[in-house]
Design a protein. Structure first.
Length: 117
């Protein structure tokens, strides 16, 4: 099964990015599963390096890093969305990369399921 996760919401503003990463991590551990993540809109900040959430709060950078280790080179961040928010490629955590809508279209066709958070 091939699953595409599309994240739109800002980290720490809602629990959707947190729940998306929890599910992506669970699926990435399953045999016969392939996952891809595309971060767009305010979700580009999920891939921002140097996150320091308050003590006792989940850290999306750490969660995303675990997924990247299981599914390397499978996390793209919308470049237009990054530019609109003044975010540079140097601010991305290792294992993520600037992506484009054409890649999202390709991954959408590739996927058996596309989940939007």
């Amino acid at each position: 099964m091939r699953t595409l996760f599309i994240l739109n919401d800002a980290p720490y503003g809602a629990e959707r990015p947190y729940n998306a990463l929890r599910l992506a991590n669970a699926l990435a551990h399953e045999p016969e599963q392939e996952i891809r993540l595309f971060l767009m809109g305010d979700a580009v900040f999920v891939a921002k390096r140097g996150q320091r959430p308050p003590g006792g709060f989940y850290n999306l950078q750490v969660m995303l890093g675990k997924i990247i280790r299981l599914a390397p080179e499978r996390v793209d961040v919308c470049g237009v969305c990054m530019d609109a928010r003044g975010m540079s490629d140097e601010e991305l955590i290792s294992g993520t990369q600037r992506g484009a809508i054409e890649k999202l279209a390709y991954w959408t066709n590739w996927a058996d399921k596309a989940l939007t958070f």
